[in-house]
Design a protein around this ligand. Structure first.
Ligand code: SF4
Length: 492
């Protein structure tokens, strides 16, 4: 079996995207459909929000694996030549968001290895918290790493496992890793989907005719007309093959700790994750926030687009008009050529502009999903004042982000998080608002349909708000991974 690769050129990050947390990856998998590659392109396209810097697709045609990995948006796969090349009824795909340095092609997933059991391609959403430690051991024993991706650790562990069948090897490998992972893997015998025992990252199962689909989010099923079957359960491994679907629970049961930030910001609002509509959850957050922290104001204005549902919920609960007081320029994206510094200093207006005719003389409530460094909030509050708003009250649809994420989300190191170093009043002064409030932790849990946060057994991962990490952080504790995914600090 052989693997063909092709490459393409890079795109650029928009500078104003740097004050948001970023999801790392989207997964998609198909088994048993003649149009596996086009379906995968569509599935990745629907999940482009989870990663915009690179995409990859691996297909299997019954004899050979084929692969395309490209920098930039998944649109670049839409060519006859690529579709002709990506033959087969089985496919997996991946969108990547890089955390540090430049994305380089050898880190673009799915990663592939020719193992004793045959070809093995794997795509990963999440982050392994002991990857660097394992990698050092493997390198000591002679493993040669091709990429700087933590996902390659899984391939090496599978390759060097003492077990025979690929499924046993994969389970053996996953029993050695810590952290968060949802995986799609492609082998000559079928498609494999896995979620880590805590179920930190999402993975859903769908059907399209006789074919099976795996995806990070349900929107990827919607776009191809597939039927949602169920979430892959935390700690569940499914194998989809000519024999249908088999489910395995190879890991020690663990408390469920789904990432609550998926509901706050990462996932698309039209997705349903773990039985909850993301849109409904965001709207509910806005309602709870309005009850917890009302404001004397004339209008409720979202910071688009991620603040929209929470702002609607806030406005409805507060009995205030919801208005679009900030207009987003959708044409400033990741293909934007980075401007010179003096042009960049025009600031946030390149992406967001105040609707001056609406806000002039008004007391406004600005609703945003989160505050990371706070730099964007400063610019947006200033922009609303320049546009004539008489008062600006900021309401945030998540608790203060005080800790870094080690589970596959690009967060600044802790010292750069505004809430890690400032109390509420200092944050208010920093962003220049007349008042500032965050939803409380219990309020967030209530918006998720829970009575409260059970501090001795939290129902979600909320570590970026609490520092209560649900797994050990081996690399961090050993000082070999001072920042998440430092393993990925690319030196091409
Ligand atoms: Fe999600 Fe925050 Fe947990 Fe990371 S630390 S998995 S962003 S809740």
């Amino acid at each position: 079996m052989s693997l063909d690769m092709s490459e393409a050129s890079a795109t650029f990050k928009h500078p104003f995207d740097s004050d948001k947390l970023h999801e790392e990856c989207a997964l998609f998998g198909v088994w048993g459909h003649a149009e596996a590659a086009p379906l995968t392109i569509l599935g990745l396209h629907a999940q482009q929000h989870r990663g915009q810097e690179a995409s990859g697709i691996v297909t299997f045609d019954g004899a050979r694996f084929h692969s395309e990995r490209r920098m930039g948006l998944v649109d670049s796969f839409n060519s006859e030549a690529i579709l002709f090349h990506l033959k087969g009824a089985g496919a997996i795909g991946h969108n990547r968001y890089a955390t540090t340095g430049d994305t380089i092609l050898r880190n673009v997933q799915p990663l592939f290895g020719e193992l004793a059991t045959g070809g093995f391609a794997v795509a990963h959403n999440g982050n392994l918290t002991n990857a660097e430690t394992i990698k050092r051991e493997l390198v000591q024993r002679g493993s040669i790493f091709q990429s700087t991706s933590d996902t390659e650790v899984i391939i090496h562990l599978v390759a060097t496992s003492k077990f025979g069948p690929i499924l046993d090897r994969l389970i053996d490998a996953l029993l050695k890793v810590e952290g968060a992972y949802s995986l799609c893997a492609l082998t000559p015998d079928g498609l494999i989907g896995v979620r880590d025992p805590l179920g930190v990252r999402p993975l859903v199962l769908g059907r399209l005719g006789d074919a099976y689909i795996l995806a990070s989010e349900t929107v990827a099923l919607d776009i191809i007309g597939a039927r949602f079957v169920r979430d892959i359960e935390p700690g569940e491994l499914v194998r989809i093959s000519a024999y249908g679907i088999e489910s395995f629970k190879p890991f020690k049961p663990a408390p469920h700790r789904f990432c609550v930030f998926e509901y706050v910001y990462f996932a698309r609002p039209d997705s349903v994750l773990e039985g909850r509509s993301v849109y409904a959850a965001r709207k509910k957050i806005g309602e709870v926030l309005a009850k917890e922290s009302p404001a004397n104001a004339d209008l409720v204005i979202p910071v688009p687009d991620s603040g929209n549902p929470a702002a609607i919920g806030f406005a409805q609960a507060a009995g205030l008009p919801f208005e679009l007081g900030i207009i987003r320029n959708h044409y400033v994206g990741r293909t934007f050529i980075q401007p010179k510094q003096e042009i960049r200093d025009f600031g946030v207006k390149m992406k967001h502009n105040a609707n001056s005719a609406l806000v002039k003389g008004k007391r406004i409530v600005l609703v945003d999903d989160s505050i990371v460094r706070g730099t964007t909030s400063v610019k947006i509050v200033a922009m609303m004042r320049e546009a004539g708003a008489s008062e600006v009250h900021m309401r945030i649809a998540s608790p203060p982000t005080t800790h870094s994420c080690f589970y596959g989300v690009d967060t600044p190191e802790r010292s750069k998080l505004l809430a890690a170093n400032h109390d509420l009043e200092a944050m208010r002064r920093f962003i220049g608002a007349d008042s500032l409030a965050f939803i409380s932790m219990d309020g967030l849990y209530q918006a998720m349909g829970e009575a409260k946060r059970f501090d001795d057994a939290p129902q979600f991962c909320d570590a970026c708000f609490t520092g209560d990490y649900p797994t050990v952080l081996t690399d961090q504790d050993m000082g070999v991974n001072p920042r998440q995914l430092s393993l990925l600090a690319e030196k091409a």
